[in-house]
Design a protein. Structure first.
Length: 209
């Protein structure tokens, strides 16, 4: 009986307004990306309040009505991709995390070779949002650089695991959310891992624990 009760509690349906927001967000993604709407899964729906009518997703130099707007932040999964959609009334906007115009490689680091494709940055930001339970508005891209990793461990080997001993072209993306910094390592195809290396307050890497 206890197991049944727990299952029922975990399966509590969304409230009417939350369900409507999730449906509106799903329709937006289906129309924008030609997804089968049945393949879109709402992951989380949370109430939100934005400072203006941009819904927290301002477009360039566009001006917005400067009045607080209430709505919902909806996190959805479509296949292996995560989307964040902000919904207020009849409006729904896919809200991609704000990225810097350009984060240059650190000049003192000979391993840096260029910039990270935006789609790869979006992928790791979405992973952080999904697994850390934070808002996309709180995520800051600190470092975004191409790397030449010494082997298949992407500079972040797991103890006891063997890797191909060949250099791997890839990327490193450092994200900050609040007081925490998250170090993502990627290969050239965008496959990624979150590297638990330990960072000091300046963001410089310390020896792995």
């Amino acid at each position: 009986m206890l197991a049944v009760l727990i299952a029922m509690l975990l399966a509590v349906p969304l409230e009417t307004d939350e369900r409507a927001a999730a449906e509106r967000a799903s329709r937006l993604l289906a129309d924008t990306f030609s997804y089968d709407i049945g393949s879109i899964e709402p992951v989380r729906v949370e109430a939100a309040r934005w400072d203006d009518a941009s819904l927290g997703c301002p477009e360039g130099d566009r001006e917005y009505d400067q009045k607080p707007t209430e709505g919902y932040r909806v996190l959805l999964r479509a296949g292996r991709r995560i989307h964040v959609v902000h919904v207020a009334g009849e409006r729904a906007l896919e809200c991609r995390p704000r990225l810097p115009e350009r984060v240059p490689p650190r000049p003192a680091d000979p391993g840096a070779t260029g910039e990270v494709p935006e789609r790869f940055v979006q992928t790791v930001v979405a992973d952080l949002i999904e697994h850390q339970g934070i808002s996309g508005d709180d995520v800051e891209v600190v470092v975004s650089e191409a790397r030449l990793w010494p082997d298949g461990g992407l500079g972040c080997p797991e103890p006891g695991r063997l890797y191909m001993q060949v250099q791997v072209r890839g990327y490193r993306v450092l994200l900050r959310a609040g007081d925490e910094t998250f170090d993502y390592r990627l290969d050239g195809r965008g496959n990624f891992k979150l590297c638990d290396t330990g960072l000091n307050d300046t963001g410089d890497l310390l020896p792995a624990r």
